[in-house]
Design a protein around this ligand. Structure first.
Ligand code: GLY
Ligand code: MN
Ligand code: MN
Length: 463
């Protein structure tokens, strides 16, 4: 946990942003894999972690705005618990770490909430996303499960986005730690990669690095020699000469903070000239995005600038044609770059996505585009100092998408479909780094950049 004052201060700021009512944060329960006693590794809800820091199952935190009180609802471990899990501090001692001196039995939570509801007071909660939390919340508040989202508090959501978007120094330190583990994961993958081994051999070794750093992967690793598939969790292929291996993976620290990196490397350890042509376009887009990301800049504009680099580069190899500005305005680049340039990152790899991207990545100044490709941009709003985000441009040759655009003549004035046909087996390339916005620009996170130039990648792979 961070120092106690951090949590007290966060709750005090929240209290100033939510003018009245009772704010309820449900912590997570254990989640069974295949029977109740065999559980997934416990992961606390990120909002609960942010405001209370307590990494234990079956807790609830309540902030009563008018009363000015904070309370943890939890059951004391009984003798059965102690036999199996050993002695635990009392709940009073645990709650004190978060600066809370009021602990009540979990069953009293219902009484507290019902009494507030009877007085006509507002219960603020975020939209639940786990089945068990939905059930608990539904029973506590008497709201049908399917209706819970409609009753979630926009005031609370906006307050949380305001607080969690600008990372504190202690959070940035923790994210740097996750990035350093990410560096070790990716460089290990580079050293292991060679024709003839299974993808899962690399995935398993790489994910072990996150465990050995006392954490875990920040999301199920994406690793595939079918590198044109954006999110592939199947690792059963034997690596073949001539292919490229995409690895999109990061670490989550013990405290719950994420990193999220992507590298794409030649299975043979050396890029072909054709691979390098496309690779260097993606690298240029990544570098340009980092050069221009700064406070006050809309990330939407950074996305569009990266898209123009991609369109320009693809035009120079004969895959696109026509005016680059027009091509990007029409969304023609999205045949090759169908996703967004990046997203917020913090306690969640897609930070706060569970409370709504429209609040996290967009605001009154800018709304999400509906154009194919750019519609997938999770973060479009103006950047501010201490935002932490990813920069992840890519170029992919997705056979089904190419076939659709070709047959429907979509953006055919900007795409050289004949030439694209020569790249149908090429795969895809994505290069992802993590940055923090500074006073005047941005800074890449992690002690060292994961090898990214041709020379750096080939050297690491030769080790
Ligand atoms: N790890 C998925 C992404 O890069 O957004
Ligand atoms: Mn990623
Ligand atoms: Mn990402």
């Amino acid at each position: 946990m961070f120092k106690t004052d951090i949590y007290i201060n966060r709750r005090n700021v929240l209290r100033n942003l939510v003018p009245s009512g009772v704010v309820l944060f449900l912590g997570h329960t254990e989640s069974p894999v295949n029977y109740a006693g065999n559980t997934y590794r416990f992961r606390q809800d990120s909002n609960f972690l942010y405001f209370f820091g307590l990494n234990l199952p079956h807790l609830a935190g309540v902030i009563d705005v008018e009363e000015g009180t904070d309370c943890i609802y939890a059951d004391e471990p009984d003798i059965e618990d102690i036999i199996w899990t050993g002695n635990l501090p009392s709940m009073e001692q645990i709650a004190a770490q978060a600066g809370i001196n009021s602990v009540s039995p979990y069953r009293d939570l219902r009484i507290k909430l019902l009494s507030a509801i009877r007085k006509g007071r507002k219960i603020h909660f975020t939209p639940p996303y786990r089945g068990d939390s939905k059930i608990i919340l539904s029973e506590l508040l008497g709201i049908r499960i399917g209706e819970l989202g409609n009753y979630s508090s926009k005031v609370l959501i906006k307050a949380i986005v305001q607080l969690r978007s600008e990372k504190e120094p202690c959070e940035i330190e923790e994210i740097e730690r996750a990035c350093d583990t990410g560096y070790e994961m990716h460089t290990l993958a580079m050293r292991l990669c060679k024709p003839g081994i299974f993808e899962y051999q690399i995935t398993g070794a790489m994910e072990g690095v996150a465990g050995a750093a006392n954490g875990m992967p920040s999301f199920p690793s994406i690793q595939s020699q079918n590198s044109e598939i954006l999110h592939n969790h199947n690792h059963n292929n034997i690596l073949r000469s001539g292919k490229m291996l995409v690895t999109d993976a990061g670490a989550e620290t013990y405290m719950g903070y994420a990193s999220d990196f992507t590298r794409t490397i030649p299975v043979d350890g050396k890029f072909t000239a054709r691979q390098l042509d496309i690779y260097n376009i993606v690298l240029e887009a990544n570098n340009l995005a980092q050069e221009i990301s700064k406070p006050g800049e809309f990330y939407y504009n950074v996305h569009i600038a990266a898209a123009k680099i991609i369109a320009e580069g693809l035009k120079s190899v004969g895959l696109m044609k026509g005016d680059v500005e027009d091509a990007v305005r029409c969304g023609a680049h999205a045949l090759f770059f169908p996703h967004g340039l990046g997203h917020m990152m913090g306690l969640d790899v897609h930070d706060m996505e569970n409370i709504g991207e429209k609040y996290v990545g967009y605001d009154d100044e800018i709304q999400r585009s509906s154009q194919f490709g750019t519609a997938n941009l999770r973060l479009g709003r103006k950047l501010k100092k201490n935002f932490v985000l990813t920069v992840e441009p890519g170029i992919y040759f997705i056979p089904a998408l190419i076939a659709k655009w070709k047959s429907e003549k979509i953006n055919s004035s900007f795409i050289n479909f004949q030439k694209v046909g020569e790249y149908i087996d090429f795969g895809g390339i994505r290069l992802e780094d993590n940055i923090v916005i500074t006073d005047e620009g941005c800074r890449r996170l992690g002690k060292r950049r994961i090898p990214i130039t041709q020379e750096e990648v080939e050297e690491e792979m030769s080790k």
